[in-house]
Design a protein around this ligand. Structure first.
Ligand SMILES: Nc1ncnc2c1ncn2[C@@H]1O[C@H](COP(=O)(O)OP(=O)(O)OP(=O)(O)O)[C@@H](O)[C@H]1O
Length: 230
């Protein structure tokens, strides 16, 4: 994925103000940045929900929204209000049916600990259970790019570890994983490349070792972000 000088405004708010970054296959790329930095807006550009006013975004050589690209991207959003009454297992089987060669659903249900609540309507699931289903939904189509928007926010420690294992397995299988997180330990543990975003653009890019340079990732984060309103 290559993003170059993306600009997106919502009224007077410049959500993206020249954001440029790359993310490669077989790597976990972490986007760190304060609330409102533009991370989710960038993700929405990748999935063609938002169209940048300027800049270039190519994913596997195609533009977002290209019908050939859609099945190659798996998205775990921060929250999906959309599924309501459908049972978790039904939902995943439905999603699998949309893809040409999906993962078998039952092993995915077992892997992510969904079996115990697979017959529960989505809206009755706990937040963490919904996240497990959302992660499964992002992976079921065997995507080449998986985008995870704060995948472990609010998860208990075991569920968080399990999510990390699943992320590593996807990366090791050659998938490009892009995730956002406010959890510095998560970025330190998982990320091959880190982009620190603030004010709608990438302030600095590097490996965890590059960015920490004797300090912590949180030090780097605080150094390169202000969190000031735009
Ligand atoms: N649909 C929208 N309409 C108006 N403003 C929006 C819209 N979407 C995002 N914004 C604004 O754009 C800016 C960037 O928001 P975005 O959701 O991309 O931030 P973020 O980095 O994902 O934050 P967080 O860490 O809190 O999820 C914010 O100021 C937000 O209020």
């Amino acid at each position: 994925m290559i993003a170059s000088d993306l600009h997106v405004s919502f009224g007077a708010v410049k959500a993206l103000a020249g954001l440029s970054l790359t993310a490669d296959e077989g790597q976990v790329t972490a986007l760190l940045g304060p609330n409102g930095a533009g991370k989710t807006t960038f993700i929405r550009c990748c999935t063609a929900l938002v169209r940048p006013a300027a800049g270039e975004l190519t994913i596997f050589g195609s533009r977002p929204g290209d019908p050939a690209l859609l099945p190659r991207i798996g998205l775990m959003p921060q929250a999906t209000g959309a599924w309501s009454g459908v049972q978790a297992g039904e939902l995943l089987r439905y999603l699998a049916g949309l893809y040409a060669s999906p993962q078998p659903v039952d092993p995915l249900i077992d892997l992510l600990g969904i079996r115990a609540f697979e017959r529960t309507p989505y809206r009755r699931l706990s937040g963490g259970q919904q996240q497990a289903v959302n992660l499964a939904g992002a992976l079921v189509g065997r995507p080449s790019l998986v985008i995870l928007d704060e995948p472990t926010a609010g998860l208990d420690p075991r569920a968080r570890r399990l999510t990390w294992d699943v992320v590593r397995a996807a990366r090791d299988a050659g998938v490009a994983v892009v995730l956002t997180t406010h959890d510095m330990a998560e970025a330190e543990t998982l990320a091959d490349l880190v982009h620190i975003v603030d004010g709608g653009r990438v302030q600095i890019t590097g490996t965890v070792a590059d960015l920490t340079d004797g300090g912590t990732l949180e030090d780097a984060y605080l150094h390169y972000t202000t969190g000031a309103d735009r």
